[in-house]
Write a protein that binds this ligand. Structure first.
Ligand code: FAD
Length: 423
């Protein structure tokens, strides 16, 4: 049986594994740590704003498994917070084992604690992935979903300090760029100042370290908003955020907490001392990153140029998805690009025409739009998500955003894409 090798077990890699295995291939998923989901272990927000539309499109196209699983583990559904409507928040403490069980049940061979470091090539095609312990894992087609953070030196190199603690580089080693090792050309996301990389917009507080009243409100309502004293308001923080959908005044003027199992603090870099002066925060501590008062993620350090079928430029048997495939922000964005990459890897294997999703769908449009943008200097300064900022505005302008399930179904039906990912 033809063999698909996926490198990186974040949301993008997991989604690629599911569409590939549904299409009758042997699928091996290589993950450097001992857990799946990468950044998905610290996120949790789904279905906010245009992500609702993209989620429903994916479900109707036959790639609904991971979305339905996240829905089933939601601590809160259909909640609103500043700038965001109808969000759900999955439980970050429960999601990983459930996704892992689903993949194993479907027959995906997951190799944990297996870090890809290089490629074996035959002319311009990859024939195998070299692992840090010198093993060679051979395959027919490859999908890179290693995300966009690391390597380790970034901790000191790019500003506030990379605290991508969830990726645990000191223990498991850094990410390498498989696409570059195979001869492809990667690009780096920029900040508006022209420096490289970008900071995440949120971090986690340990929920048990908060006062009882805040904890109870979080557990019950999912959202707690606490106005900040003038002296603690720093609007400059907004311009540092990767997640531009949360770069609005409310996120500087208030502490906005969301209940994802931890207390997700929607603006980073609050000094611990200042936080502990606030009622209910007297004993607070950061959960992830541990250095959340100072550091946060440095991401978008290597993105592969690719076409709209998710195939990497210049390497016939390498596909990519998630943050590796462009300045996308989000679990939803990782899942939809991963689903397409997994599906197309199989079409490539069997010599069939690979699928480009039409721009009449939100998923097809974001994939094509980001492809155009990441080839320009100005485009590399932005991040793209269905959930807000520039791309959500575009969705609204193009009438792609809707929560009407009949409209979404009709759109997918007209393009002949109902259940396209099923087989
Ligand atoms: C703090 C924070 C909060 C966030 N909150 C949200 C949120 O609430 N909602 C939302 O939608 N998005 C959120 N995001 C963004 C979202 O998590 C990411 O955009 C998305 O999950 C990226 O998925 P990915 O699969 O592309 O990459 P990643 O999640 O980075 O996964 C990459 C995987 O590849 C593995 N890997 C790397 N190198 C190798 C190698 N050499 N060999 C083998 N394996 C390797 C890694 O260990 C990891 O598991 C957040 C991001 C951060 C940092």
């Amino acid at each position: 049986m033809a063999k698909v090798i996926i490198i990186g077990g974040g949301w993008a890699g997991c989604a690629a594994a599911i569409t590939a295995i549904k299409n009758k291939a042997e699928v091996v998923l290589i993950e450097k740590t001992d857990m799946l989901l990468g950044c998905g272990l610290v996120g949790g927000i789904m279905r906010n704003n245009g992500r609702f539309t993209a989620t429903e499109e994916a479900i109707i196209m036959g790639a609904g498994e991971l979305f339905e699983l996240a829905d089933s583990l939601s601590r809160h559904k259909n909640i609103d917070f500043p700038g965001h409507s109808h969000a759900s928040l999955y439980d970050v403490l429960k999601i990983e084992p459930t996704v892992r069980n689903l993949l194993v049940k479907k027959g995906v061979n997951i190799l944990f604690e297996t870090r890809a470091v290089d490629v074996e090539m035959d002319k311009n095609k990859i024939t195998g992935i070299l692992i840090s312990d010198d093993r060679l894992i051979k395959g027919d087609v490859f999908i890179e979903t290693t995300g966009s953070s690391g390597p380790m030196g970034n901790c000191l190199k790019y500003g506030n300090g990379c605290a991508m603690c969830i990726q645990r580089c000191p223990a498991y080693g850094p990410r390498v760029s498989i696409s570059e090792k195979a001869g492809g050309k990667d690009v780096i996301g920029k900040r508006s100042s022209d420096s490289f990389g970008a900071m995440s917009g949120s971090c986690k507080l340990n929920k048990d370290s908060l006062g009882e009243e805040i904890r109870n409100k979080l557990n019950k309502e999912g959202v707690v908003i606490i106005p900040l004293d003038k002296k603690n308001i720093n609007k400059q923080k907004l311009s540092m955020k990767v997640c531009q959908q949360y770069a609005i005044n409310e996120y500087a003027e208030n502490l906005i907490l969301l209940d994802t199992g931890h207390a997700k603090l929607m603006t980073s870099y609050h000094s611990l001392a200042a936080l502990r002066n606030i009622k209910g925060f007297e004993n607070v501590r950061y959960e992830d990153p541990y250095a959340g008062s100072k550091g946060n993620s440095i991401r978008y350090m290597s993105m592969a140029l690719r076409d709209n079928t998710m195939k990497v430029d210049g390497i016939p048997n390498l596909f990519c998805a998630g943050e590796k495939s462009g300045p996308f922000v989000g679990h939803t964005e990782a899942i939809v690009t991963g689903s397409l990459a997994g599906y197309n890897s199989i079409r490539y294997l069997y010599g069939e025409k690979t699928l480009e999703l039409p721009r009449t769908t939100a998923i097809g449009d974001i994939i094509a739009y980001v492809n155009e943008q990441m080839r320009t200097d100005s485009g590399l300064c932005n991040r793209y998500t269905f959930a807000g900022a520039l791309y959500f505005e575009r969705m609204k302008k193009l009438n792609l955003y809707t929560t009407n399930l009949d409209v979404i179904k009709d759109r997918v039906y007209k393009e002949g894409l109902i259940d396209v990912f099923m087989c």
